[in-house]
Write a protein that binds this ligand. Structure first.
Ligand SMILES: Cc1cc2nc3c(=O)[nH]c(=O)nc-3n(C[C@H](O)[C@H](O)[C@H](O)COP(=O)(O)OP(=O)(O)OC[C@H]3O[C@@H](n4cnc5c(N)ncnc54)[C@H](O)[C@@H]3O)c2cc1C
Length: 472
């Protein structure tokens, strides 16, 4: 007889959850779920209140969905990962569970935590089954001909597509059947976690699996066909806005892929451009998770390109503060930074522009920007955030070359041509026309408290070239 304990982490859903499906298949004597609230650890990892709020609200929905399957969800409240081996083992013992199931996580501290928990269970004679659920392809299973981890996106993508051509697309697993009997009652799910704000941005980011599926449906029916044309337009709702749900596993990446493949009628390489472009973005997520799994140094605030550790970054608190609050005097940069503070999310193009501005124009260390983003993003995800920052800073895998430096004025004109994005977030510029909304104000030209540019574009560009060119 097997009674399973499922440890939910960033797989907060019942549909297409390989861990849940495997545990239900294996258990002939009931299943118990557990979720661990580790507030102190989450703070150390710079989780934002917006993310914690989405997580807790999604755990509450998960608990209701599991309830319908006769699976109770218990909560463990331990400040740090270090206490989890004992606490989880105690729960397993209390409820007579003899096997632990969980999905792999690839961040370094999470890997150490999982090793410690697995060792403790196995020492005590309990079984442990860890499955790959977070990705489309198990990290490490796609390698170069020399057996190395890929460090460049395009060949990685080609290798994944070749695998799917041979083996078919990853399978989507259904919600499991309802179990015959429930082992115990579920714990109530708190809405507030100490050290974090209460429910945050809950109207913008409704919780849970049902909302994530609704967004996927809407994206596939209304937006995916025009995704290639609109994904870079800052003022348009042209993307799926699924990242918060993917980052906590309220939706499965395989389900997302399956819907795009269906839309592309299986022709995912040279098929319909909207669906194919979207699949390429799912594969960027995949690539960065593989990089995180294969190169643990990126979890430890180290540059992927080790030689870029020699760059001497600028330490200027006044400039950093201006960037954080959206008062650099470059309208599109400020709009992006204010979107982050107001909504917990930022358009991908704005993430690229603001990250480039911090690291190239202001010369400030990418690690400070990465941390600020994590502290505010509802979709904060170490692999994607670190990947995006190191790409922008030219320190990462397959990164932007250091000499390609975005001009924030021309980026604004190109990707926010009528200025609607800037006007939405930079209220001081609300009456500015499309023609002048992206141009920094200088010499008190307009009567406004919007600041003039904190740095001159041409001079900042030269300084960045010197800073990088001399070192890399
Ligand atoms: C500096 C910087 C920081 C970033 N930080 C994060 C982060 O913390 N969390 C996060 O999920 N994404 C991050 N991204 C990637 C990207 O900006 C977001 O995933 C995207 O904006 C989310 O919007 P969407 O769900 O509408 O994406 P869509 O365009 O609809 O794409 C679908 C999904 O594909 C994945 N994806 C899309 N673009 C990328 C990309 N460039 N890299 C990796 N995955 C991608 C995401 O999971 C996204 O939800 C960052 C990018 C940069 C440049």
């Amino acid at each position: 007889m097997t009674r399973a304990l499922i440890w939910f982490r960033n797989d907060l859903r019942v549909h297409d959850n390989r861990v849940l499906a495997a545990a239900v298949r294996a258990a002939d004597d009931g299943v118990v779920g557990v979720f661990a609230i580790c507030a102190e650890q989450w703070k150390k990892h710079d989780w934002s209140s917006a993310k914690v709020s989405l997580v807790m609200r999604s755990v509450a929905e998960l608990s209701r969905s599991l309830d319908a399957l006769n699976i109770p969800l218990l909560l463990v409240d331990e400040p740090l990962f270090a206490q989890l081996p004992d606490r989880l083992l105690a729960i397993a013992r209390q409820h007579g569970c003899d096997a632990l199931f969980f999905g792999h996580e690839y961040e370094w501290n999470e890997r150490l935590r999982d090793e410690a928990v697995s060792n403790r269970f196995e020492e005590q004679g309990l079984k442990v089954r860890a499955l790959a659920d977070r990705t489309l392809v198990t990290p490490g299973s796609v390698r170069t001909q020399a057996g190395r981890w890929y460090t460049v996106y395009s060949p990685f993508r080609r290798a994944v597509l070749a695998r799917w051509a041979d083996e078919g697309f990853p399978e989507v697993v259904n919600t499991p059947r309802k179990l015959g009997r429930r082992i115990c009652d579920s714990d109530p799910v708190p809405t507030h976690v100490p050290r974090f704000d209460g429910p945050t941005h809950e109207r913008l980011w409704p919780a849970g699996e049902r909302e994530a599926m609704r967004r996927l449906d809407r994206f596939v029916s209304d937006r995916i066909d025009s995704y290639k044309a609109k994904r870079d337009l800052l003022a348009e709702p042209g993307t799926s806005e699924l990242s918060p749900y993917l980052s906590i596993g309220a939706i499965s990446i395989r389900t997302c892929l399956a819907r795009a493949v269906e839309r592309a009628q299986g022709r995912i390489d040279k098929g319909p451009e909207g669906a194919c472009t979207w699949i390429n973005e799912l594969l960027w997520r995949e690539f960065y998770t593989h990089v995180l799994a294969g190169f643990p140094r990126v979890s430890k605030s180290r540059a992927f390109r080790v030689e870029t550790e020699r760059i001497e970054w600028v330490e200027d608190e006044r400039l950093f503060e201006a960037w954080k609050i959206g008062r650099t005097g470059y309208p599109v940069v400020d709009a992006g930074m204010r979107q982050l503070l107001e909504t917990g999310w930022m358009h991908n193009r704005a993430r690229m522009i603001t990250a480039s501005f911090l690291t190239k124009h202001l010369g400030i260390d990418w690690r400070r920007g990465e941390q600020h983003f994590m502290r505010h993003l509802v979709d904060g995800d170490l692999a994607n955030n670190n990947g995006g920052w190191q790409w922008s800073a030219s320190t990462g895998t397959d990164a932007q070359p250091y000499f390609r430096i975005f001009n924030p004025v021309s980026q604004g004109k190109r990707f926010d041509p009528d200025g609607a994005y800037v006007r939405r977030y930079v209220h001081e510029l609300a009456d500015r026309s499309a023609a002048d909304v992206h141009v920094p104000i200088s010499g008190g030209l307009f009567d406004t408290d919007y600041p003039g540019p904190v740095v001159d574009h041409a001079r900042a560009r030269e300084a960045a070239l010197r800073r990088f060119g001399a070192k890399v």
